[in-house]
Design a protein around this ligand. Sequence first.
Ligand code: 5MM
Length: 339
Amino acid sequence: MNEIENIAKQMVAKGKGILAADESTGTMTKRLSSVNVESTPENRLKFRETLFSAEGMKNHIGGVILYDETIKQKTSSGKTVPELIKSFGSIPGIKVDTGAKKLAGSPDEKITEGLDGLRERLAEYYNLGARFTKWRAVYIISKKYPSALAIKSNAHALARYSALVQEAKMVPIVEPEVLMDGEHDINRCYDVTSSVLKECYKELKLHNINLKGTILKPNMILPGNKSKTKNNSQEIAKMTLKCLKENVPSEVPGIAFLSGGQTEIEATQNLNEINKINDTSFLMSFSYGRALQQSALKSWARDIKDINKTQKIFNHRSKMNGLSTSAKWNLNLEKQLTA
Ligand code: 5MM
């Protein structure tokens, strides 16, 4: 097996998933302001270092997605952030897109930018220790959106990004996120996600991507957050699995879901249900940002010095999500807040 195929497998090995700690400074500032903490480079590092040095990293976090600022920071022990992550047996990764911008030609929608100069940035990140990367495309759902233009242009960018990343000997995480904002029902999310995934794999194929050396980071199939109809976890799992089976080539080794605004428990429960019925070769795992960090961030903000408390909460969430990758989670386990 070649090196990138091996890395992809390690990132989502059974019991493990990915910690998405790649919030840009703008997003991190929003997150810190929500808990009344000033957003400085030092505070952003303090919170992240607290998570990256928690015990839960060892058994449940196969990879951490970093932001440009973080991958270049030194921790309190003098190690670089990638060195700290590696010391826990986890793989450092890096977000390489430069954000979703207004799509010319369909200005209500977004196109993800960051291809210019990417080859050079990738070489720098590799030297800093990164072994995988992430690029996120976003799609809105309404009666007329997403447009064919948004679907095609974002898929094209994801494929060009993936080709450059594999050339640089790293694993590309391909993240096409269909947002859950809106009144649409679960069937509409299913249809839109199917079209998006079809186009992505058409472009990835055209760009000669080795799919065995990639990870897909999709949304789950959910009703819109303002939908009149709600669906239970079993229905969500069934629809999500069907959509992925129909649209993702079987060479892809792992699928690591984003949480996309689900609560921590919803994200864990839905992944657990997906794994209960998973009859594919895909390793179904997580790449959560908010659903791994929300409670830990609140605790940290209450008492920045109480590192143990914050780590205990993060360890618990990591463990719960780790269990859901083998369908071994249940609600009773949420009561045992142990490391
Ligand atoms: C961690 O948040 C990432 C977005 O940061 P920016 O919007 O500041 O670039 C995001 O890409 C994240 O990795 C995924 O959306 C998954 O995060 P959630 O919170 O949806 O699990």
